[in-house]
Each structure stands twice: as structure tokens, then as C-alpha cells.
Design a protein around this ligand. Structure first.
Ligand code: HEM
Length: 141
């Protein structure tokens, strides 16, 4: 009879507990990511349309996405504590988001990830995971 060995690994198990939150550098690391994300949105020509969906002053947008991602990555639920429950498709339902807007959003995140001191494996994991809420925010095409 085969006896299954316990799997012992040093690899961080992203998605388990707060491993992803820690891999992203906690709140400070996530704030740096989100700042670079919105900087990319202001600079990339393909993001101009989604930039213009946002308020002129991005201070609150930067803060809200930071607080949301802390909880979404398994860390403290800071967005919920400050603003209450959130449903990603609903907060975007007043915006016209198709494939190109979704992809522009993810492109800004890809650009921001390049500048973060994260493990290469975590950068790929995070971008793959973010596809899910980005696709759920899509409401046309
Ligand atoms: C798919 C493309 C997306 C577009 C074009 C988009 C665009 C926007 C815009 C224009 C706002 C309003 C900002 C403001 O009024 O301050 C917003 C809010 C927000 N978005 Fe997105 N978004 C996208 C995807 C995502 C994804 C994937 C996430 C999460 C991983 C996310 C999280 C949020 C949060 C937390 C807010 C704040 C909601 C609130 O409290 O009002 N968005 N988004």
C-alpha cells in the first residue's frame, strides 16, 4: 500500500491565508503598487479612455483600490472596515467596460508590477488572479 508523504515546501502558497498579502509587501507594498498602477494609467496612451472614467483627482481612487486589495489578497479587510461591503461588478455597472477597457486596466497593472520588488512568480500569479475581477467588471461586448 502506498503511503502518501506529507509535502514539505519552502514555496509561499499564494492564495492561502495572508501569503499573497505578505508577498505583496503588506499595505505599504500594495500602496506602492497602486500608485504605480495609476501613474501608468495616466501615462499609457491605451489607458486614456479608462483614465477619463475616473475623477480628475485620483487620491481617493488610489486609496480605495489599495484598501480593497489588502483584503482581497488575504490581509486586513480595510476597505470593508471603512466603506462597508463591496461587489466588484456592481461598483463598475455605471461604466461601459468591454474587452479593451478590461485589457487596458490589466495592462496598467502589468506595467506597475514591473517596478515592484516582488518575486517573478508572484507577479505572474497576481496578474493572472486579477483577470478574474477584471473580467467580472466587464459589462459589454
Ligand atoms: C476592468 C477594468 C476596470 C475599469 C475600467 C475600472 C474603472 C473604475 C472606475 C472608473 C472607478 C471609479 C473611481 C472613482 O470614482 O474614484 C472604479 C472604482 C473601483 N474599482 Fe475599478 N475598474 C476596473 C477593474 C477593477 C478591478 C479588477 C478591481 C479590483 C481588483 C477594481 C476595483 C475598484 C475599486 C475597489 C473601486 C472603488 C469603488 C468605490 O468605493 O467607489 N476595479 N473602477
Amino acid at each position: 500500500m502506498a503511503i502518501s508523504e506529507p509535502v514539505i515546501t519552502d514555496e509561499p502558497q499564494y492564495g492561502v491565508g495572508d501569503a499573497s498579502y505578505q508577498a505583496a509587501g503588506g499595505e505599504a507594498g500594495i500602496r506602492a503598487l497602486v500608485n504605480d498602477f495609476y501613474d501608468a494609467m495616466e501615462q499609457l496612451p491605451e489607458a486614456e479612455k479608462i483614465r477619463n472614467m475616473h475623477p480628475a483627482d485620483l487620491t481617493v481612487s488610489r486609496d480605495k483600490l489599495t484598501l480593497f486589495l489588502c483584503g482581497w489578497l488575504g490581509g486586513p479587510r480595510l476597505y470593508a472596515q471603512q466603506y462597508g461591503p463591496i461587489r466588484i461588478p456592481q461598483v463598475h455597472s455605471h461604466l461601459a467596460i468591454g474587452q479593451s477597457e478590461r485589457d487596458a486596466w490589466l495592462r496598467c497593472m502589468q506595467e506597475a508590477l514591473k517596478a515592484q520588488p516582488y518575486a517573478t512568480k508572484f507577479k505572474k500569479y497576481l496578474l493572472d488572479q486579477l483577470y478574474v475581477p477584471a473580467e467580472r467588471s466587464r459589462n459589454k461586448e
